[in-house]
Design a protein around this ligand. Structure first.
Ligand SMILES: [Zn+2]
Length: 46
């Protein structure tokens, strides 16, 4: 399982939405979380 850093949910890395930021891939439960992350990734990874 991977963690959705936006809402804190655990998500299935094989099925979930992904975004690459710097060298890492991040996983999301929904399009809304992905969009929120892409707008301000630093807010969520720190
Ligand atoms: Zn989410």
């Amino acid at each position: 399982m991977e963690k959705d850093f936006v809402c804190g949910m655990n998500v299935d890395g094989k099925k979930s939405l992904k975004a690459k930021y710097k060298t890492k891939e991040y996983y999301f439960c929904s399009q809304n979380c992905k969009i929120a992350f892409e707008k301000n990734p630093e807010k969520y990874i720190n």
